[in-house]
Design a protein. Structure first.
Length: 433
């Protein structure tokens, strides 16, 4: 095997394997270890991974908006586990944060999750225990909340982006505590791909593509070839006005929904300084007459109206990392001079209160900041309400204000979704009561 041939910085991979995703709704999500072919077979054999029900990504879970969903996590790993339903505005007890919202699910034990998703859209689920390692090993999957009336498309396709840090034998490098990675951009895989279902498209078809960035630390700028369309949702939430598809950029945990017409061979590539890197492709055979109707917005979710003026205006400053200024926290990264989970929350909100938070990136690295149990508005420079998201990317030296209606009672994590940064201090929590 030629090791260089699968490194991201080297020549392009041509034939990418596709992994089909189960669409059945399993009652049990079994966390387990097994072997799976992640790399193209010409480079290496199967990789020891973690996943659910025998595959990574785990089964694609599909639920109807507003319907109760019950699922049991069965932990067949030799370490603890818990599952977080990323982006769902759910009951705090179901949020999947061990030690905060539930006990850790020990090996051989199980935990029953039950929630009613209020919003349609593209979400995902992932381990929230030692998540930097467990997500990197494969404990993640897609969570699709279906609209009552789905948009008019020929195929609804989930595309899970991830990267993997392989050794020459095609096994994951066991250096999750690597301080260099943690202090820089995080654990960057030397191989990246997209997991796509096994469908064959026809030119002229209209598809919905649900992009999910499940990588622990990598930001994916995605080049979509053979498609002409629009972005219709961000982090699950429909855009009132769909916008030009362009090159979607996804921070870890972010989602982008695109509705597009097939105009030629379809492929996904990552824009990379070493050139476009192929992530995967969808087969296109034959043609149909394209739709003439334009792309309409998805039906809106019922989002909590924000108050005109925020009751509190807080500042969360990201600090630390390589080449950064010193800070008062005891780990590599900090928020407001504090590293890791503290006894006291970063802030307390009374239920229903609208608060503004300035997210200030005083580091040399980008950070994707995620709030549990809520979505928030990004604010533009004039203070106008922008996109409604659960994870926002803040580039080095920049800052972003967000406005959030804290209407979901409980203890909610607020952390960097570059999971290597989270694992080395960049996390906190808020309390809504
Ligand atoms: Cu996607 Cu705290 O997680
Ligand atoms: Cu970060």
């Amino acid at each position: 095997m030629d090791r260089r041939s699968f490194l991201i910085s080297s020549a392009a991979l041509v034939a990418m394997p596709r992994v089909g995703q189960a669409t059945a709704e399993p009652q049990v999500l079994r966390a387990m270890g097994f072997e799976q072919q992640i790399l193209p077979t010409e480079f290496a054999g199967a990789t020891r991974v973690l996943g659910f029900n025998g595959s990574t990504p785990g089964p694609e879970l599909r639920i109807r908006q507003g319907r109760q969903f019950d699922i049991r996590l069965q932990n067949d790993l030799d370490m603890g586990a818990a599952v977080h339903w990323h982006g769902i505005r759910l009951d705090n007890r179901m949020d999947g944060v061990p030690g905060m919202t539930q006990p850790l699910v020990e090996p051989g034990e199980s935990f029953d999750y039950s929630f009613t998703p209020p919003d349609a859209g593209t979400y995902w689920y992932h381990s929230h225990y030692l998540s930097q390692e467990q997500v990197a090993r494969g404990l993640m999957g897609a969570l699709v909340i279906e609209e009552e009336t789905p948009p008019d498309v020929d195929h609804d396709i989930t595309a899970i982006l991830s990267d993997w840090k392989f050794d020459p034998e095609g096994q994951l490098i066991d250096d999750f505590d690597n301080l260099h990675d943690r202090a820089h951009a995080g654990r960057m895989g030397n191989f990246a791909r997209v997991f796509l279902p096994d469908v064959t498209l026809k030119q002229g078809m209209r598809i919905r593509l649900r992009l999910i960035n499940a990588a622990v630390d990598r930001i994916f700028p995605v080049i979509l070839k053979g498609l002409s369309g629009q972005v219709v949702a961000l982090d699950g939430m429909p855009l009132a006005r769909p916008r030009e598809m362009g090159m979607p950029v996804l921070a870890p945990a972010q989602r982008v929904d695109v509705i597009a017409d097939v105009t030629g061979p379809v492929s996904l590539e990552m824009d990379h300084r070493a050139g476009a890197y192929p992530l995967g492709a969808l087969a296109v055979e034959g043609a149909v007459t394209p739709r003439t109707a334009g792309i309409s917005p998805l039906p809106a979710n019922r989002i909590p109206p924000a108050a005109k003026t925020a009751a509190q205006h807080l500042t969360l400053t990201m600090q630390g990392g390589a080449m950064g200024r010193g800070h008062g926290g005891e780990d590599i990264w900090a928020f407001n001079d504090m590293s890791g989970m503290r006894e006291a929350p970063f802030a307390r909100f009374s239920r229903g209160e609208t608060a503004r938070i300035s997210l200030v990136n005083d580091t040399r690295w980008p950070h994707g900041i995620h709030l549990h149990g809520h979505h928030f508005h990004e604010l533009d420079e004039t203070g106008a309400l922008g996109d409604f998201r659960d994870t926002t990317l803040v580039n080095p030296g920049e800052s972003r204000d967000i406005l959030c209606v804290f209407d979901n009672p409980g203890k909610w994590m607020l952390h960097c979704h570059m999971l290597s940064h989270q694992a080395s201090g960049m996390m906190s929590w808020v309390e809504v009561a």
